[in-house]
Design a protein around this ligand. Sequence first.
Ligand code: SF4
Ligand code: SF4
Length: 225
Amino acid sequence: MPLMSRTIKEAVKKLGADLVGIVSVDEIDDENIKTEIKNLVDDARALILFGRRFEHIMIKECDEESDDYQITISKTLKLISRKLVRFIFRSGFTSKILFDPEKMSESQLINIKQLAELAGLGQIGFNNLLLTPEFGPRILIAAVVTDALLEPDKKNELTICLEFKGTSCKKCADACPKLAISFTGRFYEAKCLNQLNEDLKLYPSYCCTLCITSCPIGHPDSSEQ
Ligand code: SF4
Ligand code: SF4
């Protein structure tokens, strides 16, 4: 029996995801990503991208509690991914975990933010993060690849980032302690990694969340959605 996109989405939401979108492998232009996908599932046809939100109040400080919370969200996504793979197997198809947020510190070839854009979950903002209309950048994304033929979602064409909308913002650039987000829009990954490596000396995981918590999109005290 064919597996329907709607069935998959309902299952992923029941497993605990806040957002879910689907991408057809044929839509992906990047040959490196395609090779990575085909190495996992030979006859890969679709990617299922899903995210779990961060509660703003839980990440607004960089401290041990925030760090523990972020690790818990990564583990929850890993659990959802595993259960989804089992669900797809029981439906007669193959699937594998494509992107594991628990391994973000390791080199992953997959650009999850670009794939999440294709899945219609949001857009990359001035802060170089995925901005979703619902939660802004307060979300962590995971992905599963499958040989099931699923109807893809459309890209979200609405502009989400205030700066890209023409409303002066750049609050993320203002907040970044390492000037990794330049006021001209360039992102300096090495500067950000510098901060994250400093965090690792104090906490078990990356802790800096200032480019997330400063963003008015999806902020609980903001009217910007
Ligand atoms: S994580 Fe911290 S250092 Fe890196 S870009 Fe965001 S605010 Fe800057
Ligand atoms: S803080 Fe402002 S400029 Fe930065 S990503 Fe959010 S909306 Fe865009």
